[in-house]
Ligand binder design. Structure first.
Ligand code: PLP
Length: 375
């Protein structure tokens, strides 16, 4: 029988995620699996939590990686923070805002969405005037909307949410590790991300973080969290979730994905050792190189320049070009993966990711050269 693993070839991942995995992360995954209550593993859990707090610029005690991909982080935030009848506002301008509304709506919350045109950012002035008349328990927004390549103004939104009295929930699955995230300064109460984008890990964990206000809401719920696996009151018995609570007793909840936590540990170390400023500059430089190269070839970007994400570049498909054929040729003939548009942007854009380890000049050059051959 064919060994399917031997049929896999290395692909240059330049889509919306996963991104290229760093060699240090692959080495980390290959370390021996140890027990989830082994003191050596608990030491590594503490280190992961500490590094996450550094990268998120937060003192939040309740900061840990959820076992599961970014969607598990999304679900963790909503199932723990919402109770029947809570009023929720989703500021939505893409697929992941829509998904948030779906997740929140399944929990019996009263969910409203403010919709903004895909490819444009959430407009804080419209949000401000709506919030003057309406009060919410939770307001949610996607920091880096992967479906369109738009950066949303989280800091400005944070001020408005604070005045409203609601909790602010932020998705930065695509932003974390590629651009600054300042949870405390921005007034973010609940946050989730993923490992497979700018952290250069395989998919499998979702870093989350909760402010003291959010943690208090979770602890004082009237009803039990409807989902056992993602109940933070139970998960904290294992992760402790207490800043500096080293050597505290850990209770088994579920078996942690041990080697994925090694991977996240190595990935966070790499980002912090390279230095966050250097890492963010590397993403910006790759983005500028790509945009310049695309514009030289007559291609144009979907998003206006001040609102573009460096790590997710939405490029308009020129008239008469078969967008799917271009992606297939890139993959088959050049071993490069780029992404397609989603929802209303399907067939209209390509999504080119410059995330984490992928965001390097040689990779941008390789893609531009390949595009010259396939378009
Ligand atoms: N939120 C955003 C902004 C994303 O880009 C993604 C995945 O691409 C998700 C949530 C869901 O994450 P996952 O696919 O890892 O479950």
């Amino acid at each position: 029988m064919t060994d399917l693993l031997k049929t896999l070839r290395e692909t240059l991942l330049m889509g919306p995620g996963p991104s290229m995995v760093s060699p240090a992360v692959y080495r980390a995954i290959a370390q021996p699996t140890i027990g989830h209550l082994d003191p050596a593993f608990i030491g590594l859990m503490d280190a992961v939590q500490e590094d996450l707090r550094s990268l998120l610029n937060t003192g939040n005690a309740l900061t840990l990686p959820i076992s599961g991909t970014g969607s598990a982080g999304m679900e963790t935030c909503f199932v723990n923070l919402l109770e029947q009848g809570d009023r929720v506002m989703i500021l939505s301008n893409g697929v992941f805002g829509t998904r948030m509304a779906d997740v929140a709506g399944r929990l019996g919350a009263e969910v409203e969405s403010m919709e903004f045109e895909w490819g444009t950012p959430v407009d804080p002035q419209l949000v401000a005037s709506h919030l003057r008349e309406n009060q919410y328990d939770l307001i949610a927004v996607v920091h880096a909307e992967t479906s369109t390549g738009v950066l949303n103004p989280v800091e400005e939104i944070g001020k408005l949410v604070r005045e409203n009295g609601a909790l602010l929930l932020v998705d930065s699955v695509t932003g974390l590790g590629g651009m600054p995230v300042h949870l405390d300064q921005w007034g973010v109460d609940a946050f989730y991300s993923g490992t497979q984008k700018c952290l250069s890990c395989p998919p499998g964990l979702s870093p989350v973080s909760f402010s003291a206000r959010a943690a208090e809401k979770i602890q004082s719920r009237k009803s039990r969290v409807p989902n056992w696996y993602l109940d933070l009151n139970l998960i904290c018995g294992y992760w402790a979730g207490e800043a500096g609570a080293k050597n505290s007793k850990r209770a088994y909840h579920h078996t942690a994905p041990i080697n994925m936590n090694y991977a996240l540990y190595a990935a966070l170390r790499e980002v912090l050792i390279e230095g966050t400023d250097a890492v963010f500059d590397r993403h910006l430089a790759a983005h500028r190189q790509l945009v310049e190269g695309l514009e030289d070839r007559g291609l144009s970007m979907l998003v206006k320049s001040p609102h573009r994400l460096p790590m997710l570049n939405a490029v308009k498909v020129p008239q008469g070009v078969d967008e799917a054929a271009v992606r297939s040729k890139l993959l088959d003939e050049h071993a490069i993966e780029i992404g397609a548009g989603l929802g209303p942007l399907a067939g209209k854009i390509w999504r080119i990711g410059l995330m984490g380890h992928t965001a390097r000049p040689a990779n941008v050059e390789r893609l531009l050269t390949a595009l010259d051959q396939v378009i």
